[in-house]
Design a protein around this ligand. Structure first.
Ligand SMILES: Nc1ncnc2c1ncn2[C@@H]1O[C@H](COP(=O)(O)OP(=O)(O)OP(=O)(O)O)[C@@H](O)[C@H]1O
Length: 324
């Protein structure tokens, strides 16, 4: 059996790129996504997440590279793949002038489902996604959370083996995001593999595995825990007043890859080559005639934001929205 038809992987891709004119949106990506996982693409706006997902679903033809999804060669066998996948985009792609039930009936017709089967499935989905009471309501009048649940129900109608979710929580509040993730874990437990793109750190941390993307490339991929445990930087926090000038001073050093203010603390990523990062920071502070007490500096555990910054040199999304 060739590696490309190994059933342990739901997605395998080698060297996929996408060129739009002179612009390279995706650049030589390799992917091996195991069956049964919730796998995340974490990256900032425009890094190529949607383009990659669209190539994997067969909606977009790659400029270079080979793709195998659920044992099918993509885009050649994209039509056959469509029966086995669900795809939900950040815009939810719903018909506003149809009711909740009519949206689901429309998708069922596209899949060519028999009337009895589709009736039972739609009832089941409306119940699972708490839509029964809104079934006769026009989709245009639904709240963001209700629209999201309907979009997920539509994506799950054909009981897909693999779900593609492209920034599915961008338009909803924190409670709806939390509920949505509960639904994803339910689906995962029932055997559905899921590929989800996000720029929220807390969502990425829920995934079994993630790929950190930047400018069309994958900078790192592993479990969130392994990425945090193996971060290639010391993470230190400094508790002090007047942190702005200190930040400006520290960030000029090549050894400092990031300095971010969090209230009264400054969180700094320092090159792993520095043997004693606390002594190093104190020494720098002395040079700037800043008195910092050693007890106000601590080495702390890395979080996923630190990992992301260490690989990309930037925040994926402003911290206030990341905590939503
Ligand atoms: N059809 C297209 N023609 C030209 N450029 C495109 C096209 N589709 C995408 N791009 C560009 O490719 C880059 C990657 O876009 P993509 O939508 O994949 O990013 P993303 O990571 O999904 O971002 P977002 O989080 O904003 O959706 C962007 O710079 C985008 O402008």
């Amino acid at each position: 059996m060739s590696a490309f038809s190994d059933p342990q992987w739901v997605i395998q891709a080698q060297g996929i790129s996408k060129q739009f004119g002179d612009f390279t949106a995706v650049n030589q990506i390799d992917l091996n996504i195991p069956k049964g996982h919730i796998y995340g693409f974490l990256g900032s706006n425009g890094c190529g997440k949607s383009t990659t997902i669209r190539m994997l679903t067969g909606l977009l033809t790659p400029t270079t590279g080979d793709i195998n999804v659920l044992g099918l060669t993509i885009p050649k066998q994209a039509e056959a793949l469509r029966q086995h996948i669900g795809y939900m985009t950040q815009k939810f792609s719903l018909y506003d002038d149809l009711t909740v039930k009519e949206n689901l009936q429309f998708i069922a017709r596209i899949y060519g489902m028999k009337r009895d089967l589709s009736r039972a499935r739609i009832d089941q989905l409306q119940s699972t996604y708490k839509l029964s009471q809104y079934q006769h309501q026009l989709t245009a009048t639904l709240s963001g959370g209700q629209r999201q649940r309907l979009a997920l129900a539509c994506a799950c109608l054909n009981q897909p083996k693999l779900l593609f979710l492209d920034e599915p929580t961008s338009a909803v509040d924190p409670q709806n995001r939390r509920d949505f993730w509960e639904q994803l874990f339910d689906l995962s437990e029932q055997g559905t593999s899921i590929l989800v793109s996000t720029h929220y750190m807390d969502e990425a941390e829920r995934c079994h595995k993630i790929a950190i993307m930047e400018k069309g490339t994958i900078k790192a991929d592993d479990t969130p825990k392994a990425l945090m445990d193996n971060i290639n930087a010391h993470v230190i926090e400094i508790n002090a007043s007047e942190l702005r000038p200190l930040k400006q001073a520290l960030i000029t050093h090549a050894e400092v890859s990031s300095a971010a203010q969090l209230g009264h603390r400054l969180r700094v990523l320092i090159d792993k080559q520095i043997a004693d990062p606390i002594a190093w920071v104190l020494q720098q502070c002395q040079q700037y005639q800043r008195q910092i007490n050693p007890q106000d500096i601590a080495i702390v555990s890395a979080n996923l934001e630190d990992v992301f910054v260490s690989h990309t040199g930037k925040m994926s999304t402003p911290p206030d929205t990341a905590k939503a």
